[in-house]
Design a protein around this ligand. Structure first.
Ligand SMILES: [Zn+2]
Length: 160
């Protein structure tokens, strides 16, 4: 676990239309620090360009995974509760009449939309918690010595 599962990849070639076949030259990322996170330099073994990447410690990676997981679960539970409120209360025969009370109508619309968006965010966070590898965005050090978000021909390759 000291070594991130994600790899740094230099894209050699990409071809194909329906199925993209990409050739990479991969190299491992810097080892995780003991505490917190650390930004280290990588020199691409294929072309010699310099990059920066931030890698989290094991503890920090696990903590963030747990946090994403818990927030995802809370969002799912909240959306289930809101759906229950919207439909469970709204479908009662002696429930409030929507036509007579505009405030209630907007409340139902609000909870209905939230009931759709929240589970999407919740599921997204749950998936993210599984995939999260404690590796930040890749930055390329340009000719002017400043890191740039543009990393043409290179990427971080998650190892499934
Ligand atoms: Zn390269």
């Amino acid at each position: 676990m000291d070594q991130p599962r994600t790899y740094f990849a230099h894209i050699l070639s990409a071809r194909g239309v329906a199925v993209l076949v990409t050739n990479h030259q991969v190299q491992p990322l810097p080892v995780r620090p003991r505490k917190g996170n650390r930004t280290s330099g990588i020199v691409c073994s294929a072309c010699g360009e310099q990059f920066l990447v931030t890698v989290d410690s094991c503890a920090r990676t696990t903590a963030l995974r747990v946090r994403y997981f818990v927030v995802g679960l809370v969002l799912l539970a909240l959306s289930a509760f809101l759906l229950w409120l919207t439909f469970g209360v709204g479908m009662q025969p002696d429930g409030p009449d929507l036509d007579l009370d505009p405030d209630n109508a907007s409340w139902y619309g609000y909870t209905g939309i939230t009931g759709v968006l929240l589970p999407i965010f919740g599921l997204g966070l749950l998936l993210h918690s599984r995939r999260y590898d404690g590796v930040g965005k890749l930055r390329r050090i340009g000719a002017n010595g400043r890191p740039s978000k543009l990393v043409p021909g290179h990427k971080l390759l998650p190892n499934k």
